[in-house]
Design a binder for this molecule. Sequence first.
Ligand SMILES: NC(=O)C1=CN([C@@H]2O[C@H](COP(=O)(O)OP(=O)(O)OC[C@H]3O[C@@H](n4cnc5c(N)ncnc54)[C@H](OP(=O)(O)O)[C@@H]3O)[C@@H](O)[C@H]2O)C=CC1
Ligand SMILES: Nc1nc(=O)c2c([nH]1)NC[C@@H]1CN(c3ccc(C(=O)N[C@@H](CCC(=O)O)C(=O)O)cc3)C=[N+]21
Length: 287
Amino acid sequence: MTEPMLLNGQRLAAEMRGQLAAQIARVRAQGYRAPGLAVILVGDDPASAIYVRNKKRAAQEIGIEPVDAVLPQGSTTEDVLRVVDQFNQDPAIDGILVQMPLPPQIETETVLARVRPDKDVDGLTVTNLGRLTAGEEGLVPCTPKGILRLLEAYDIALAGRRAVVVGRSRLVGLPVALLLMQRQATVTVIHSRTPEPETIARQADILVVAAGKPHLVTEDWIKPGAVVIDVGIHRGDHGLLGDVDRERVWSRVGALSPVPGGVGPMTILELLDNTWTAYRRHEGLSE
Ligand SMILES: NC(=O)C1=CN([C@@H]2O[C@H](COP(=O)(O)OP(=O)(O)OC[C@H]3O[C@@H](n4cnc5c(N)ncnc54)[C@H](OP(=O)(O)O)[C@@H]3O)[C@@H](O)[C@H]2O)C=CC1
Ligand SMILES: Nc1nc(=O)c2c([nH]1)NC[C@@H]1CN(c3ccc(C(=O)N[C@@H](CCC(=O)O)C(=O)O)cc3)C=[N+]21
């Protein structure tokens, strides 16, 4: 078989960031304010701190004003709600992101429910997930949106093809399954209670893996020529690992979105894109 194609999210995201930067520069030159993105980080998880730093830097580089709120590990739900309320009311803030996971004593549902849907750049509120389910316009979760954009950029057909999604989370698995269905794929979702997942995965023309289990997916899960999107990300002693064992699947896949350099950079790009969309709606600028 021919060498697999690497789906380069790093390069595509950089290209798209350039386009966003140019659009933001154009409205700034017309006298508009800068778009504002608030990032709320609760606790001292080192991986979360790195992501938040990367997100802020990416925003700044394209002309979005990042603001952050860092709360101590021992914060209460009320403490977090107060910060959400403050950003909800702030006219300089277009997007609010609450970094997941939150410490166990905090009610995640209650916090998410407080974010104004028009500022929900993660697309995680019931309002935006409902809009997505109904096929209405809203803010779409970043990782799923980035995966679809990556597939599209590489001209990977979805209509009539079999897609299998490993994982059903609100952040990734569930919304990516909805988006693939909307693009006319036949979608199956696998989760931790699915018996013989390999047998199902082996039917996939497009396999999206968001299980959060390092190197879960090996050659037994792969139909020859399949397009494999690795979403998982794990920080180990030997660098970053995905949910897909790249060496073991390499001789079978048709295309692979790798870790790092695949979905991660696309996720950050879509966060910026959602912030830009929210900003234009707030400022009454045309789409
Ligand atoms: N690159 C990026 O931009 C991003 C990467 N991630 C990464 O993606 C991964 C998934 O994230 P997220 O969706 O938030 O994780 P969650 O832990 O919320 O969800 C994991 C899902 O995978 C399922 N699952 C777990 N183990 C298995 C298994 N052995 N076989 C089949 N399904 C399984 C779970 O099933 P059940 O529902 O039954 O528990 C659950 O639905 C993580 O590694 C995360 O770090 C996340 C967001 C963005
Ligand atoms: N409310 C919320 N929204 C999220 O979108 C969200 C979240 N919480 N919690 C955690 C996960 C994880 N996540 C990543 C984003 C970028 C990279 C990324 O940029 N990865 C680079 C590598 C960066 C590195 O070196 O660590 C890559 O894959 O190439 C990874 C993971 C967003 N998440």
